[in-house]
Design a protein around this ligand. Structure first.
Ligand code: RFL
Ligand code: PHB
Length: 390
């Protein structure tokens, strides 16, 4: 069997790449380790930048997003009970973000792929990538106990941080950069109307808290927790009690304890692998970089990579030019590092770091006051939050 492009991973990066290439007449096969149901049950991101929305439009999968997604033209920061609303629209000349769950983006893309009859192999085990230093790479995998091999022109590793793609690059060809933060986020999803109209990111002496949402009837909340925290040890009551303690008084009093649909702990990490290409293998999304979720950038960065990679591949097949592919890593990384900076900055300003000193805490407060009082500082945060242009 032969395909033009084999995509590993059916998360947002792999699915969006498959959709954009498919619409351009390029033949793709997606190999996914998990089941379809498992991929659709992972609760992750909730905020889409305008560039991500535009790319989903281009991919022909934005109809439900426009119908059901919530457009937010502001976001709130809180510090020890003091509140600051960033008017994203006023600070950026009209931009905002869309609140629409990653689960929904994934579902829309999967349904579009199925409707177009493009192939995906779920539960593809032991994926192995070979000959990426040549123009004839191949990918082998096991499905229903049978080993298969597919030859192709290119392999796109969209298989997340723990995937096989990055590990298939020869030792020494990649340089990696990493920062692991000494805390995680405990997230809770609940069927209750959000207590605020916009997202609220709060720094409090007890730790960071975030009020987010998925729809007018579904809320998503997070609290900073020690790394060793187990979600099972946190009852819904305990979670809401802690969340209330970290919020400005007016918000805390409106927050009711409602049953959780999902509760999980996510560690926080910054990570970049350079370059994002080795021969015929391209890395995209979490396979190449991780940001802490504080800036809501992970899924959006995956979309940015897919924008550059899809246009390079389309140029290759349509015009016979490799200029876009040759520049892929450089163009993607330019945007990645800016988002790494923003996510690191938001994380540094809003969390309580164990063992930190009073000077570091005053610096956090000074950052908040600076954004609150200097318009250009607020505009800088707003421009990054709505997303830098591709
Ligand atoms: P994914 O979504 O991890 O998908 C990778 C897919 O590859 C499969 N896979 C394999 N398949 C075959 N063979 C192998 N060897 C394989 N190894 C792995 C996996 O099963 C999976 O299906 O990566 P992708 O597509 O790059 O997408 C990245 C995003 O999922 C991620 O960046 C975001 O979820 C990050 N993120 C957020 N991003 C935002 O833009 N806005 C947010 O508000 C936001 N909030 C978050 C987040 C991530 C969080 N967690 C849990 C890490 C909030 C949280 C709590
Ligand atoms: C979410 O709704 O899951 C979410 C929103 C904003 C973030 C991170 C996560 O910065």
């Amino acid at each position: 069997m032969r395909r033009q492009v084999v995509i590993i991973g059916s998360g947002p990066a792999g699915l969006l790449l498959g959709q954009l290439l498919g619409r351009a007449g390029i033949d793709t096969l997606i190999l996914e380790r998990s089941t379809r149901e498992h991929v659709l049950s992972r609760i992750r991101a909730g905020v889409l930048e305008r560039g991500t929305v535009a790319l989903l439009e281009k991919a022909g999968v934005a109809e439900r997003l426009h119908r059901e997604g919530l457009v937010h033209s502001g976001v709130e920061l809180a510090f020890d009970g003091d509140r600051l609303r960033l008017d994203l629209a006023a600070l950026t000349g009209g931009a905002g973000v869309s609140v629409y769950g990653q689960t929904e983006v994934t579902r829309d893309l999967m349904e579009a792929r199925e409707a177009a009859g493009r192939p995906t192999v779920f539960e593809a085990g032991d994926v192995e990538i070979r000959d990426i230093e040549t123009a004839c790479p191949s990918v082998s995998f096991t499905v229903h106990g049978e080993r298969r091999t597919v030859a192709c022109d290119f392999v796109a590793a969209c298989d997340g941080f723990h995937g096989i793609g990055r590990r298939s690059v020869p030792e020494g060809a990649l340089r990696t950069f990493e920062r692991v933060y000494p805390f995680g986020w405990l997230g809770l999803l609940t069927d209750a109307p959000p207590v605020t109209d916009e997202l609220v990111y709060a720094n409090h002496p007890r730790g960071f808290a975030l009020l987010s949402m998925r729809s007018p009837t579904r809320s998503r909340y997070y609290v900073q927790v020690p790394l060793e925290t187990r979600a099972e040890d946190w009852s819904d009551e305990r979670f809401f009690d802690e969340l209330r303690l970290r919020l400005p008084a007016g918000m805390a009093s409106r927050l009711r304890t409602t049953p959780s649909i999902e509760k999980s702990v996510a560690p926080l990490r910054s990570f970049v692998a350079e370059p994002m290409r080795f021969g015929s293998l391209f890395l995209a999304g979490d396979a190449a970089h991780i940001v802490p979720p504080t800036g809501a950038k992970g899924l959006n960065l995956a979309a940015g990579d897919v924008h550059y990679l899809s246009s390079g591949l389309i140029e290759h097949y349509r015009e016979g030019s490799d200029a876009g592919l040759d520049r892929y890593s450089e163009r993607a990384l330019g945007r990645v590092w800016k988002a790494e900076r923003f996510s690191w900055w938001m994380t540094s300003m809003l969390h309580r770091f164990p063992g930190t000193d009073a000077f570091a805490e005053r610096m956090q407060r000074a950052e908040f006051d600076h954004v609150a009082s200097v318009r250009s500082a607020a505009a800088n945060v707003a421009e990054n939050y709505v997303g830098l242009p591709f």
